[in-house]
Design a protein around this ligand. Sequence first.
Ligand SMILES: Cc1cc2nc3c(=O)[nH]c(=O)nc-3n(C[C@H](O)[C@H](O)[C@H](O)COP(=O)(O)OP(=O)(O)OC[C@H]3O[C@@H](n4cnc5c(N)ncnc54)[C@H](O)[C@@H]3O)c2cc1C
Length: 403
Amino acid sequence: MTASADVIVAGGGPAGSATAAALARAGCRVVLFEREVFPRRKPCGDYVNPGAAAALDRLGVRDAVVRSGARPVGGMHVAGPRGDAATLWFADRPGWSLPRRVLDAILLAEAARAGVRVYEGATVAAVARQGPRMTVAVQFRGRGGAEAHTAALVVGADGLRSAVARAAGIEGASRRGRYTVGSYVAGLAPLGGAGGLDVGEIHLRPDRYCGVAYLPGGIANVTLALGRAVIQGWRGKVREGYWRELLAFPGLCDRLGRARQAEAVAGAGPLAYRRRRCVADGIMLVGDAATYIDPLTGQGVYLALRGAELAVPTALRALDGAGPRRAALAAYERRRDREFAGVLMISRVLQRLAFHPALAGRALRRLAARPDLGTALIAAVGNAAEPRSVLRPGFVARALGVL
Ligand SMILES: Cc1cc2nc3c(=O)[nH]c(=O)nc-3n(C[C@H](O)[C@H](O)[C@H](O)COP(=O)(O)OP(=O)(O)OC[C@H]3O[C@@H](n4cnc5c(N)ncnc54)[C@H](O)[C@@H]3O)c2cc1C
């Protein structure tokens, strides 16, 4: 079978569903192929920051998110390796915590409602250019052989190991990233925040960290990020290694007495790389397929949804005009570079700071004493304020207590 469309989207995570929905609403014929059958588990901290929450509102899925039982997140509690801690409060809107299997199913359903033809259990296996159109080979689960589908434009929203990026020859500059090991845990009591809102938690040790998000039903997502050598040292005993690591975090060990694992441990990695380009003739990359950053700062869903918002106007202009050749799509690349440079910079700066015990301790003591600085910082990290508001020497000096 050969089917044709204006746009084929590979991947039905936040980036793919948001891009597909917006293109379909603008009148394009869009087909989306998703490898898994939803709802599916996705290794993630399950935290949606305020910037991403605003993007969900713009997509029109706020009611569905609220109905799903998502819990508002009022801030972030950060615990350092030497016992210092600060809770940073969002000033305006909260974020959400909800399982990605729920969020992603909401977004994929929204894409289908917008008119996207959605195929699940459908893996994009190859992408090739044939004249002015792109041909995509799709392998359907349980069926032999691949089917060919054609479109003017292919959007690669197929995550960390994007097959579309590979086909376009856009390889990521590989960086040494951490690995993550996460699970769902029952019986871990939330720290409790102001006005009944939860706070997310980040617990730091010199070379690793643990994120906690409280979910509906008394379950918490507890995810570790650590180096490959640590996991290799577990010698296959992942469950035991996971719990041993959790108990070594000073801010967690006393609270884990009644906790029990509610789901199997899931791993991901290595994480973190950056692709130098995210367009080619007939191809655009969005979400993790375009850029990936370590999840420490919880910005991945924001980058996926905002990236979709940046991609769509360029895609529409190119489809209406001379066609989606690289030169026409380059405007998207430039917009991303402009808008995301500060976001990526914050992530890099905080990675350095977080794993420097003396500096992290100093900053946490200062932020605990000056909640206004904490609120300014978390607004920028939470993509609710311009990154440059905190990437100024004056702010950094105040946050470190130098000024
Ligand atoms: C452990 C961990 C914790 C994280 N925690 C957070 C957090 O708390 N908050 C946050 O904002 N970000 C977090 N992130 C980052 C966040 O998960 C990603 O940035 C986000 O999922 C990117 O969305 P996406 O749509 O680009 O990719 P994905 O969500 O990965 O979606 C890609 C989709 O493509 C499908 N796919 C893959 N290959 C193919 C193919 N060949 N054909 C068809 N379909 C395909 C996959 O099945 C998947 O559904 C975390 C990441 C990790 C690994």
